[in-house]
Design a protein around this ligand. Sequence first.
Ligand SMILES: Cc1cc2nc3c(=O)[nH]c(=O)nc-3n(C[C@H](O)[C@H](O)[C@H](O)COP(=O)(O)O)c2cc1C
Length: 409
Amino acid sequence: MSEIELSSSFELPCGQMIKNRFFKSAMSEQLADHDHNPSEGLNTLYSLWAQGGAAVVLSGNIMVDREHLGEPRNTVLDDHSNLEKYQAWVQAASANDTRFWAQLNHPGKQSPKFLQKLPVAPSAIALEGSLQLNFNKPRALKEDEIWQVIAQFANSAALAKQVGFQGVQIHAAHGYLISQFLSPRHNKRDDQRGGPLENRMRFLLEIYRAIRKEVGDNFPVAVKLNSADFMNGGFSEGDSITVAQALAKEGIDLIEVSGGSYEVPAMADGIQKESSKKREAYFLEYAKELRQSVDSPVVLTGGFRSASAMNDALAEEACDLIGIARPLAVEPDLPNKAMADNGYTIHLRPLSTGIKKLDEMVLLNMSWYEAQFDRIAKGQSPKANLNEWYAAWKVFKNLGVYAFKKRRA
Ligand SMILES: Cc1cc2nc3c(=O)[nH]c(=O)nc-3n(C[C@H](O)[C@H](O)[C@H](O)COP(=O)(O)O)c2cc1C
């Protein structure tokens, strides 16, 4: 057992010091302007999170290619971006000695029909079941296109450093493009990028190397990795450990543990294993194993609600940092509160309009949180008892009837 406290500082392999053990995980905000640049509202939201006490605040996923969005109001960081708007965002989010990092992503086939006619993926395999109503079948990327995507990640990382972000995270989890390459279920290529894990992880390693080349050794480069995708014939915990070890060998600064995809949303609901149900943090047992297997620091994300569970995870050496997402939408100063009181806990009620199909159609589990971001962006306080029908109505209003019908289940 270790005696590390939530308030203890931490040094990353690249030398960056962070002031405590709280890591605000990525949450796509849906607050970019129409050109996919950060808005004033985003600045307001992030200055609140900076004051809330987390050592590292991660942005919601920023897309590396404006032709491939995961959601309509994603931010995009590329050569067409307004860098001054990015600088203003960084300035707001870096107050209070907060390290503001950019999460970089490409959605691959997890881009809904109303945004993407022809999504791309490692192989032309559609998403499963009812998701097919809302997502088009992708086409397989060609080798030269894959190198373009790698260059896009590297370019976005270079721009992130240029505008003042203090780190970047590669989103290799949750079923997006990189995670599609890692999965033997989604990647059926017969070239050097398919088949054995060594081939399936090539894309991620090449992205990491290309980014490192751009940002240098003293700049944090992290990854968000699935513990597993929880699908038959999919990305397993054994695969995940091997990928983490390869990244650790290359010098990754931080590995954030999550799990699942749109097909099996374990990142939001946890997993049904008996050993895991007893634990507040969904992927705690896996994180413990990972931490024994790599020298790189580990962040564990998903399910943390009480200061005691967070302290226990640190004491059991399951992780070095505590990843928190949804609780920060209703309690932006959770880190300060949890550091001050070991009895602190937050209860997030299950969300439903009472109509399951509608909940799925408007992605209530995300849109309710996005409605909180929208409130904060307008200078209002978050509202824990915000009505689910209001969040559903906002989706309808923002996307219009067509998109409402088509939004992913
Ligand atoms: C509204 C919303 C948006 C999210 N967007 C992202 C994202 O952009 N990138 C990402 O890696 N995870 C995203 N997540 C997942 C969270 O980072 C986190 O893994 C998950 O919510 C579990 O952590 P929690 O139990 O502390 O909320 C999002 C979650 C929510 C609720």
